[in-house]
Design a protein around this ligand. Structure first.
Ligand code: TYD
Length: 208
């Protein structure tokens, strides 16, 4: 087991199955004796979970694009301070469902080109990238129908529709190229167990 801990994130469009994959990986690693913290964004600490409802519920135009970036970044800062950093310092494996790459995509692309602002704020306030990011790549139409099938109240981004999903998918693939040292792309258009097998192989290789 690594002493310094390992910080793993899952990314992908809505309905890509990344949350299930993160959960399955956490269970698998725990079964092998690893000390695992499974967490998510926005959220993952008490304060950040409160911000989560502010950014994911209500009118899609509730916040300006800039305010929204600040809220997601504030939630991340709290999550990093209270959950992620302490766990890594204890040598744990932290598995996080979404992280800064989601802000680079959703807030950086969906309401105009704000990627520069997202990155500036990230450098100023977060300054930490994951050790490894697993991108579950998924056909946008399938992803959207899965996400809409869940019928929750947290649907601000899913409501933007297929165009946004397509833009996000292409954006995530471009991001995987940009940060090719830490990204691993897994084909999510298969049954869950096959996807999970690939994810496990990739992560165990990194842990060894
Ligand atoms: P998530 O919890 O992954 O949704 P689900 O479990 O339903 O797939 O993410 C919720 C939404 O938050 C998702 O539509 C993407 C959005 N989001 C951002 O816009 N920016 C961010 O920085 C993060 C972390 C999430």
């Amino acid at each position: 087991m690594t002493k310094a801990g390992l910080f793993l994130t899952f990314e992908g469009i809505d309905g890509s199955g990344k949350s299930s994959q993160a959960r399955m990986l956490a269970e698998h690693l725990r079964g092998l004796g690893y000390d695992v913290v499974l967490t998510r964004e926005p959220g993952g600490s008490a304060g950040a979970e409160e911000i989560r409802s502010l950014v994911l519920e209500g009118d899609p135009d509730r916040w300006s694009a800039e305010t929204e970036i600040l809220l997601f970044t504030a939630a991340r800062r709290d999550h990093l301070e209270r959950t992620i950093r302490p766990a890594l310092a204890e040598g744990k494996v932290v598995i996080c469902d979404r992280f800064a790459d989601s802000t680079r995509m959703y807030q950086g692309l969906s309401r105009g080109d704000l990627r520069g602002l997202v990155d500036q704020l990230h450098d100023l306030m977060i300054g930490r990238e994951p050790d490894m990011t697993v991108l579950i790549d998924m056909d946008p139409e399938t992803g959207l129908s899965r996400a809409k099938g869940r019928q929750g109240t947290e649907e601000r981004f899913e409501d933007f529709g297929l165009d946004l999903q397509q833009q996000m998918r292409a954006g995530f693939l471009a991001l995987a190229d940009e940060y090719s040292d830490r990204f691993r792309v897994v084909d999510g258009n298969r049954d869950m167990d096959s996807v999970a097998q690939d994810v496990t192989d990739i992560v165990l290789q990194a842990l060894r």
